[in-house]
Ligand binder design. Structure first.
Ligand code: NAD
Ligand code: USQ
Length: 400
């Protein structure tokens, strides 16, 4: 298939673009590289030395003989997006292209506004471009499990059947997002559902859990293909951060009591899930929602696993309950259905001790690149707290 991968220079998008290309698809990445700029603005950087997009793509072609196209464009610019649609004539569009950090979206008004405008407009533009230039194409859109929040009932896949005052209907599952970033994903889902209903578009919303891991089969084929790995207080996610912290001898930063429970997925499965969704498209007018995670964990249980694995490696790893910078439930019920991708054939890669050990070893390999000043979470959710301070480039402890 001809596939346009929007946001293909990012963590999930890069690994997925390579996987789709390896599987024989004709892939073009559209990205404005704004994530690299946001990193510079925040004074943060990937643990791994990611290469420029040109070098990445040349390396892919030299290693595999396969070519991935690249269009540098901002998806909020409708004319540029339309030009890309006319050039690529996509049969599938995979949209990763958004500002994806919850803390970033809570820094202050400007970062909240940037996130709302960037994400909502990217999504809206893609839907209009599909209507006008690729009405038969299938959109695979990255959403998030965080759209649902943490309700005291089991989370269904997008829809719930409700009986109310003697009548029955199947309706979108209630949403309780936990940040301005997560709010944008709720709006995106509404836009997708609406345009499938009124224009007959076909779309799959992948409500993905927290992604962990670095390597996929394709990113390890050559050094220049290495993926990004965020560990800072704005972009770093729970398990990835814990593994870097363990490698450095930094206490594991469990926010509050640590009972916060989320769905998690290895990046190896992210790329497989997207391929499964792309290769089995939704019907015209169909809006599908897949919950894309393989296991649920509390952050405290993940931290305990990292402590245990670290100890077995001879490291002294401590766990620290730091004051929670977020407003979120720290002890709650959590259960969610994730049947659709399993039904399409996903064989989950489950988190085990060797995987954690591998992540700690990877972090240790790049230890010299770590700036410990990036680790503390500085963005506060609560009203009355000072506007979030992005992680400034503090003391660089070790640098290669
Ligand atoms: P990322 O920040 O690494 O990558 C996002 C990419 O999108 C970047 O390369 C960025 O330059 C690009 N982009 C952003 N705005 C753009 C615009 N206006 N025009 C063109 N390109 C633009 O993020 P990621 O971790 O790869 O996440 C990708 C998607 O997956 C996001 O939609 C995110 O919400 C979703 N997701 C991520 C995770 C996770 O744990 N990383 C979990 C669930 C869902
Ligand atoms: N947490 C800690 N310590 C840390 C980092 C996080 O205890 O050092 C806790 C947070 O308080 C939260 C949980 O871990 O309760 C998850 O936080 P996270 O930063 O790992 O992930 P989150 O902010 O939810 O966002 C990430 C991605 C986002 C994606 C989301 C999926 O950045 O793009 O949408 O995971 S989900 O969580 O399902 O919404």
């Amino acid at each position: 298939m001809r596939i346009l991968v929007i946001g293909g220079d990012g963590y999930c998008g890069w690994a997925t673009a390579l996987h789709l290309s390896a599987c024989g698809h004709d892939v073009t990445i559209l990205d404005n590289l704004v994530r690299r700029k946001w990193d510079r603005d925040l004074g943060v950087s990937s643990l791994t030395p990611i290469r420029g997009i040109g070098e990445r793509l040349r390396s892919w072609e030299a290693t595999t003989g396969k070519k991935i196209g690249f269009i540098k464009a901002d998806a909020t610019n409708y004319a540029a997006l339309v030009e890309a649609f006319q050039t690529v004539e996509p049969e599938a569009i995979v949209n990763f292209g958004q500002q994806r950090s919850a803390p970033f979206s809570m820094i202050d008004r400007d970062h909240a506004a940037l996130t709302m405008v960037n994400n909502t407009l990217c999504n809206l533009n893609v839907l209009w471009a599909m209507r006008e230039h690729a009405p038969a194409a299938h959109l695979v859109k990255l959403g998030t499990m965080g759209e649902y929040g943490t309700p005291n009932i089991e989370i269904e896949e997008g829809f719930i059947t409700i009986e109310h005052k003697g009548r029955r209907d199947t309706l979108p599952f209630p949403k309780q997002p936990g940040s301005f970033y997560h709010l944008t994903k709720v709006s995106d889902s509404d836009q997708l559902f609406f345009t499938c209903r009124i224009w007959g578009l076909r779309a799959t919303d992948l409500n993905q859990g927290v992604v962990y891991g670095l390597d996929t089969e394709e990113t390890t084929l050559a050094p220049a293909l290495v993926n990004r790995f965020d560990y800072d207080g704005v972009y770093g996610t729970a398990l990835n951060r814990f593994c870097v912290e363990a490698a450095l001898g930094h206490p594991l930063t469990v926010y509050g009591r640590g009972g916060q429970t989320r769905g998690f997925i290895n990046i190896v499965d992210t790329v497989r899930c997207v391929r499964l969704a792309v290769e089995t498209p939704a019907e015209a007018g169909e809006f599908r929602v897949f919950n894309q995670f393989t296991q649920t964990f509390s952050v405290l249980s993940l931290a305990h696993s990292v402590v245990r694995v670290g100890a077995a490696m001879g490291l002294s790893v401590e766990l620290q309950h730091v004051e929670n910078p977020r407003v979120e439930k720290e002890l709650h019920y959590y259960s969610s259905v994730n049947n659709h991708l399993l039904a399409l054939g996903l064989e989950p890669t489950l988190l085990d001790d060797p995987t954690i050990e591998g992540m700690i070893r990877t972090a240790a390999r790049y230890e010299k690149r770590v700036d410990t000043g990036q680790i503390p979470a500085t963005v506060q959710w609560a009203a009355g707290s000072p506007p979030g301070r992005p992680a400034v480039p503090a003391k660089v402890v070790r640098r290669s």
